[in-house]
Design a protein around this ligand. Structure first.
Ligand code: PLP
Length: 490
């Protein structure tokens, strides 16, 4: 095939497949000829043909661009070739099994809508300081920062975290046991790979955090769901039902999503069970910085005398989730295995951010941000609880959370929380039903109401909107019961 035709075909294909998008400016014929080492004339002929067929156009001031008005049918015909069943059958068995579990992405209109749980107060972030620190570390990036770093993380950040954890969370560790990861999600992923094999079992809280379930299932690990009571995971069932598992995932300071704390008796029993069963405990301490009435509960890791606990923390709640920085604290004899697995997975976390964060902590900005947010969230939490009690008394029963960034409020018996949540979405509210996090049916439906990211004004204004939504469902139940009664009577 002549050279001009080869070039024409390559560009045409790239346009049709969307690799060269509509409106994209193409390099000049001179640049292309220099880069491909072919004559400029050959390039000009290829361009002329593309022009004549309407794939590209010349725009004064912007050179040659991919035509904006390329008919959709042309593009779709080409794309369909890649969207058929072929790709489904080529996917791995694991992905095929996981596909139905992977949640639909949040509706973009509801992404920041009240009362999405888990969002920190994004408008209160100390972005000035953060920006200054980032800029400084970018400007003065040393070799240490600009090249692949230690997969365990930036040393000064690991030191800052180990000191912070010792004082604030009662975690017993030195900096060498701290491994920096891309958020809790990567910490969970690494733990499942280091400590469990396909076919092993892992205990999870039910209701519980779906992020952990997806990782475990992707790794071929069987889930053993255990219920949660007012004093946390029902550890006694581990013993009573003689559960055999490699791993137990717990959120002891503030159970997700119910918000309860694991009692001391349960903590000790869990540690004892882990030792006897040669199992590991994965402690996810995701938002324990926010405890209001009393001092934060010390971490379970601090009670561990046998090196059974893998401790996970994240900066997603205290700073923001897209920072993607979190940490693992692992028993000393597991450090090498975790670090090697991190290196295989993605080499290391971004170093400029790690350096900036190390300074953010050591200069005291982190502690003062937590103090400020604790006061703010405490106020928002009181407003949320009061508003629910005043406006929705009898329809919603809030659990007054001593900690965290959301409250769980229970619906009247038999009202389906998923239906209330779907109706809430129609009026611009993003409220997750508790059942979304449960593997087995719950005795009662409930709603997760995040308050940290929403001002008292928004809370007072929008919480009352739930009244009519819930009443409709209570009314429906009444009607259904009446109809059933009439049918029976008939
Ligand atoms: C229980 C739990 N752990 C961890 C996280 C944070 O995950 P990451 O650090 O990956 O952002 C969340 C976020 O909602 C969570 O609910």
């Amino acid at each position: 095939m002549p050279l001009y035709k080869q070039l024409y075909d390559a560009i045409r294909q790239a346009i049709l497949q969307g690799t060269l998008r509509r409106g994209l400016r193409l390099p000049s014929t001179r640049q292309i000829s220099a880069e491909l080492k072919i004559s400029r004339n050959t390039v000009v002929i290829a361009f002329e043909q593309l022009l004549a067929e309407g794939y590209i156009e010349c725009k004064t001031g912007s050179g040659t661009v991919v035509t904006n008005t390329l008919p959709d049918e042309v593009l779709q015909v080409q794309r369909q070739q890649f969207n058929g069943n072929r790709t489904v059958s080529l996917r791995s068995k694991t992905v095929r099994k996981l596909a139905p579990l992977i949640p639909a992405m949040l509706d973009p209109k509801l992404r920041f809508a009240p009362f999405l749980y888990g969002l920190p107060a994004l408008d209160e972030l100390p972005l000035d300081v953060w920006g200054r620190l980032l800029a400084r570390h970018c400007r003065t990036a040393s070799i240490e920062i600009a090249t692949h770093g230690d997969p365990a993380g930036f040393r000064r950040l690991r030191e800052a975290i180990s000191s912070y954890l010792g004082v604030a969370r009662g975690v017993r560790c030195h900096a060498g046991q701290v491994i920096i990861v891309n958020g809790s999600q990567q910490a969970i992923d690494l733990t499942s790979r280091v400590l469990a094999d396909q076919g092993d079992a892992a205990v999870v809280e039910d209701p519980g955090y779906p992020g952990v379930r997806w990782v475990l299932q992707a790794a071929g690990i069987k889930l053993v769901p255990l219920p949660v009571a007012r004093d946390g995971l029902r550890v006694e069932l581990l013993l009573r039902e003689k559960v055999k598992a490699k791993l137990v995932y717990v959120t002891p300071s503030h159970q997700f999503p119910l918000g309860v704390a694991l009692s001391l008796a349960n903590r000790l029993q869990l540690l004892d069970w882990a030792v006897r069963n040669n199992a590991w405990i994965l402690e996810d301490d995701y938002d324990s910085e926010y405890r209001y009435e009393s001092r934060p509960l010390p971490a379970l890791q601090g009670l561990d005398r046998d090196g059974r606990v893998i401790y996970i923390g994240t900066f997603s709640k205290v700073l923001f989730p897209t920072l993607r920085l979190g940490y693992l604290v692992v028993p000393e004899d597991l450090v090498d295995a975790f670090v090697a697995t991190k290196w295989i997975s993605d080499r290391c976390c971004p170093l400029v951010e790690q350096a900036a964060l190390a300074e953010f902590i050591s200069e005291g900005y982190f502690a003062s941000h937590i103090r400020r947010m604790r006061a703010l969230y405490m106020e928002r939490r009181s407003v949320m609880i009061e508003t629910i009690r005043e406006e929705l008394g009898g329809l919603l029963e809030p659990w007054d959370p001593e900690a965290g960034m959301h409250t769980v409020a229970w619906l009247p018996p038999k009202v389906e929380d998923s239906q209330v949540s779907a109706d809430a979405a129609k009026v611009g509210l993003n409220i997750f039903p508790v059942s979304r996090f449960a593997l087995r049916p719950l005795p009662r439906g409930g709603l997760l109401l995040g308050y940290a990211a929403f001002s008292p004004e928004i809370i007072r204004k929008r919480v009352p909107d739930l009244e009519s939504l819930i009443k409709t469902h209570v009314g429906d139940l009444g009607r259904k019961a009446n109809q059933a009664g009439l049918q029976v009577a008939g």
